[in-house]
Write a protein that binds this ligand. Structure first.
Ligand code: GLA
Ligand code: ZN
Length: 688
């Protein structure tokens, strides 16, 4: 059942628009605040995130707290209907703290403690750091948890990294002991008899180190799991101190694009809502539609963490970043298109880093709504105003979700395991790129897609695509089998069903728990050097009705049929004629196995066929011009379709269906829709 979600805050029942605001940098410039409020209103902004980096302003010396500047700003905001995600400042700490308590600083994998500097440079386990954070958070909560301007807590900033200090080592040992209970179980799970690495006491367990252990993959995997758990534990510790004062104020922390140090799928369960920081590299050497699909993939993943609950775009740049290799200006139209792409995929906000450009230090050239110049008469400011005006028109989209009948499995623990393994192709096994190839082919079909971890419920989908499902957690094979049995379409590939949840290989044949569902057995896998190819030729009269030959690269799995039917075969090498694509009818469904990494035309043709055959709903008609993408949100009664032109050229679409209302601009909707260069339309239709 599709339902409408509540807005993040009942105080702002509309699309949110705003930025990270760092007023602590401008305390010596008394006119700035008044000017900022004037400009915020002019830019149609209604929310700001503040306080991420305010610790040394809030506690300039140990135990001496000064909240006056924050009081003043929050009161002024409240008078002006500007709302705030108030941050806890744990992402960066004052110099006095590091000087007096060096244990708050992080220790690297080489066991050397960092000097003071940067941000995120802290230990998540240190009792002193946890105590200091608790005191700070309690003070913030006592003072602001019921402030009329405050609508939620922004916990820390972009958590990440790991610490290898003695506190963390002990916490890791406790975690390991708790998980495995006995040394025998631990030694088996990590396969420590290999090179005589058997532990005879839990005290010998250490985190991976460049000058120590790196080869026990089970250890590496568990260390990463521990780092996620310890970060979550730290997050909970922060949140507890805040929720005591007002349990209803929602908490979140901002996530990052494709970040692999933490298992976000697990972390997201702790958050009241998900948000993330998106910095697409538009207009690069990559095809624009690849950049668009890549960002779409990330949006879909962040939305899927909480099963379709809208997320917030917590940061994006109003113009450029200062950290990409080349910081290209957004061409006219792109700012609005990029912002509304986030909304199309489930965001209920468009927020920026940053409101006002810093005057000094390393982010002084990072794009901002307000430039060093300080006034509103410029292109970036107008772009921001335009987005604000567009968001005003999208109030009814707030709380709606994305109805997806297709899911792509992209799983962080699998990602860790598949990339850690030394195996057939150490120059690159390209997990992310491969998942993206499948995603892109679906994206080009204009179907809504969820991007999920392997622990999610598969039963709501018609198609589940699980490329390189190398590591399979307990029960996943059984759940996928049930999914297919009940009528689902499963697509998986070579290098799936190889290891279990502690990175031990499945015995009795790959693809392990999926062997029966797929009706095949993999015997060996050939790896190809860069530039080497094989061919994948469709069998005559294959049941998909595909013909022609495709190119295979990188990995070619040599499989035996055990009930499955071959749909294509390799054309070259000693395995020419062996199956390269198979399907197994299983229960009411079908399981496909793609035995090699193929070039994109294969994924396009293959997935388009599957979508046609299974009747997965396309958001609009099938054939839209290249570079145009359609995506929809719904509350079950109405559908809001975002049509986005990622081409620099104006593009015309001949709609095969009419009966839409235009909700973004005043153009009439007829059967021809003209999308300007980087243009976007939002149209509505009733589903009743
Ligand atoms: C991240 C951080 C911000 C800022 C931006 C710059 O998203 O959260 O504080 O550093 O990057 O792009
Ligand atoms: Zn530590």
């Amino acid at each position: 059942m599709i339902k409408k979600f509540d807005a993040v805050s009942a105080k702002v029942p509309k699309m949110m628009h705003g930025a990270d605001y760092n007023p602590e940098q401008w305390k010596d410039y008394p006119d700035v605040l008044a000017e900022d409020i004037r400009l915020m209103k002019l830019a149609n902004c209604n929310v700001m995130s503040m306080g991420m980096f305010s610790w040394s302003s809030l506690e300039p010396t140990e135990g001496q707290f000064t909240f006056d500047f924050l009081d003043h700003i929050l009161d002024e905001f409240a008078k002006n209907d500007i709302y705030v995600y108030l941050a806890t400042p744990s992402g960066a700490r004052p110099a006095w703290m590091a000087e007096k308590y060096p244990e708050v600083l992080r220790v690297g994998p080489n066991r050397v403690r960092n000097l003071y500097g940067h941000r995120h440079n802290h230990c998540y386990t240190s009792p002193v750091y946890r105590e200091k954070v608790t005191i700070m958070n309690q003070k913030l909560a006592e003072r602001y948890a019921h402030h009329p301007a405050v609508i939620g807590w922004h916990i820390s900033n972009e958590y990440g990294g790991e610490c290898h200090c003695e506190y963390c080592q002990q916490a890791f040992r406790d975690w390991v002991k708790d998980k495995y209970q006995s040394l025998d179980q631990l030694n088996h799970a990590w396969w420590t008899a290999f090179w005589s690495h058997t532990y005879s006491d839990f005290s010998q367990v250490e985190s991976p180190a460049p000058h120590g252990e790196t080869l026990l993959h089970g250890l590496n995997l568990d260390w990463k799991r521990f780092v996620t758990d310890q970060t979550i534990d730290f997050y909970r510790h922060e949140v507890n101190a805040l929720k005591q004062a007002n349990p209803d104020l929602p908490c979140t922390t901002n996530f990052m694009l494709l970040f692999d140090q933490l298992d976000y799928a697990k972390f997201a369960k702790e958050l009241d809502f998900v948000c993330w920081d998106s910095y697409p590299a538009w207009h690069s050497n990559m095809e624009e539609s690849d950049t668009a699909a890549w960002i779409a993939f990330n949006h879909d993943m962040f939305r899927s963490f909480k099963d379709g609950q809208p997320f917030l775009l917590m940061e994006s740049t109003p113009s450029t970043t200062n950290w990409q290799d080349v910081s290209k200006l957004k061409r006219p139209g792109m700012h609005k298109l990029s912002s509304l792409q986030a909304v199309a995929h489930g965001s209920d906000s468009v927020q920026y880093f940053q409101w006002r450009k810093s005057r000094g230090a390393n982010e002084k050239f990072h794009g901002a709504v307000v430039d060093h110049y300080g006034a509103e008469n410029n292109r970036v400011f107008s772009d921001v105003q335009e987005v604000g005006a567009a968001l005003e028109k999208l109030t009814k989209v707030v709380g709606t979700t994305v109805d997806a009948e297709v899911a792509v499995i992209f799983d962080t623990e699998n990602r860790w395991a598949v990339k850690d393994a030394e195996g057939p192709r150490n120059i690159g096994i390209n997990y992310e790129e491969t998942v993206f190839d499948y995603y892109k082919a679906l994206w080009e079909n204009h179907v809504n897609i969820d991007v999920i971890s392997m622990d999610k419920d598969f039963s709501k989908y018609k198609i589940v695509v699980a490329p390189m499902l190398y590591m399979m957690q307990l029960g996943v094979g059984e759940r996928l089998e049930k999914f297919v049995e009940a009528g689902g379409i499963l697509v998986t590939t070579y290098w799936s069903g190889i290891v279990n949840n502690t990175d031990l290989c499945f015995l009795n044949g790959f693809p392990g728990p999926l062997r029966q569902t797929l009706g095949i057995r993999s015997e060996e896998i050939d790896s190809l050097h860069d530039g080497q190819t094989n061919g994948v030729k469709m069998n005559d009269n294959n049941r998909l009705g595909l013909d022609g030959e495709y190119i295979a690269r990188e990995l070619c799995d040599l499989i035996h049929l055990e009930g499955a039917e071959a749909l294509a075969y390799y054309t070259k090498d000693f395995y020419a004629g062996r199956p390269a694509l198979t399907v197994n009818a299983f229960g009411k469904g079908k399981a496909f196995y793609v035995a090699s990494r193929n070039d994109r035309p294969f994924y396009n043709d293959f997935l388009t066929k599957l979508i046609d055959e299974t009747g997965v709903k396309r958001v609009l008609q099938k054939d839209l011009p290249k570079g145009v993408h359609a995506h929809s949100r719904t509350d079950g009664e109405n559908e809001y379709i975002f049509i986005m032109n990622f081409n620099e050229e104006e593009t015309t679409i001949n709609l095969t269906d009419i009966g839409y209302t235009n909700i973004l601009d005043d153009d009439e909707i007829s059967d021809t829709l003209i999308l300007k260069s980087y243009g976007v339309k939002v149209i509505e239709r009733s589903l009743k």
